[in-house]
Design a protein around this ligand. Structure first.
Ligand SMILES: [Zn+2]
Length: 300
């Protein structure tokens, strides 16, 4: 049996796992993403520690890593990441210098989208969109059977203008992720309720209990997501939209209001199936493992 380490670098956490070639997670680790790390020095050191820790007792053949932001998948370069404060970080090269195993680096959402396309909720559709809602929001666009990234710039739907007034990490106001990411929902609820440290899982529970403040914040976020979905449907006409990332744990609380809003908003467009990611919030990890096994299989 062969093993790889899969690491998903998000704006809040670094999720890592030791994965076997049946794509089974053997062990996993979760650490906070280092802050104030624009040169990625602390993140590289953390990844090295994680690989050493997860490799104990196993022979690891490769590392697959994915990261949020605008990412050049061919060269493994993070061009820009608002949530990590990275610009032109040569992630694949930096990791390869530090580790004695082959490394492949990619975009977090396209990597997760690949897992969903091969084995998950997007399997069987020639045209689909995988939307991950976590600290930020981005999409993997499958058009005519292929994930399209346009040199890494495509799919940054978190920065579609949905007409709000919240400040976004990109420097503008009104972006989707400033209105409807897990971080944005928590921030908006905390501001409205005068509380702090409230997770989206707790807010979702309050929504189920008909709490008026939580329901208002949630409905505003769902409307912003529906507006973005409408734009994507009108432009790309996917057969399915798949929701992943932390917010996908809310399942019907996410799908139903977006579906209802689309029923009111769409006129001539075909309505896609709305689904929750098969791998839920581990799609990035599974996708990284797939990329790592692809790398070692190509080398054989
Ligand atoms: Zn933005």
């Amino acid at each position: 049996m062969r093993y790889v380490v899969a690491i998903d670098i998000g704006g809040t956490d670094i999720k890592a796992a030791l994965v076997n070639e049946n794509l089974e997670i053997i062990s996993s680790s979760l650490r906070p993403t280092p802050k104030l790390d624009s040169a990625a020095v602390k993140t590289i050191a953390t990844i090295k520690e994680i690989v050493n820790e997860l490799s104990k007792g196993y022979t690891v053949s490769a590392l697959g890593v994915c990261v949020c932001g605008v990412f050049d998948d061919i060269n493994g370069i993070c061009i820009w990441s608002g949530n990590l404060d990275w610009k032109n970080v040569h992630l694949q090269e930096l990791l390869a210098q530090e580790l004695a195993i082959p490394v492949v680096a990619g975009h977090d959402i396209r990597t997760a989208g690949t897992a969903e396309m091969r084995n998950g909720a997007a399997a069987g559709y020639a045209n689909s969109i995988f939307i991950a809602i976590g600290t930020g929001i981005a999409a993997s666009l499958v058009i005519d059977g292929l994930i399209r990234s346009a040199d890494g710039y495509a799919g940054e739907i978190g920065h579609l203008d949905v007409g709000g007034d919240a400040q976004c990490v990109c420097g503008r106001k009104g972006c989707l992720e400033a209105e409807a990411s897990a971080l944005a929902i928590s921030t908006a609820y905390e501001k409205a309720a005068g509380k702090s440290g409230v997770s989206t899982e707790e807010i979702a529970k309050l929504v189920r209990d008909d709490d008026p403040i939580a329901s208002q914040v949630w409905n505003d976020a769902m409307l912003a997501l529906a507006r973005a979905c409408e734009t994507l449907i009108t432009t790309l006409s996917p057969e399915a939209i798949i929701f992943g990332g932390g917010l996908a744990k809310s399942r019907e609380l996410l799908i139903n209001p977006i579906s209802d809003a689309l029923d009111k908003r769409l006129t001539f467009q075909r309505k896609p199936e709305l689904k929750i990611a098969h791998y839920e919030s581990t799609a990035g990890t599974v996708g990284c493992a797939m990329a790592a096994f692809d790398l070692i299989n190509e080398a054989l």
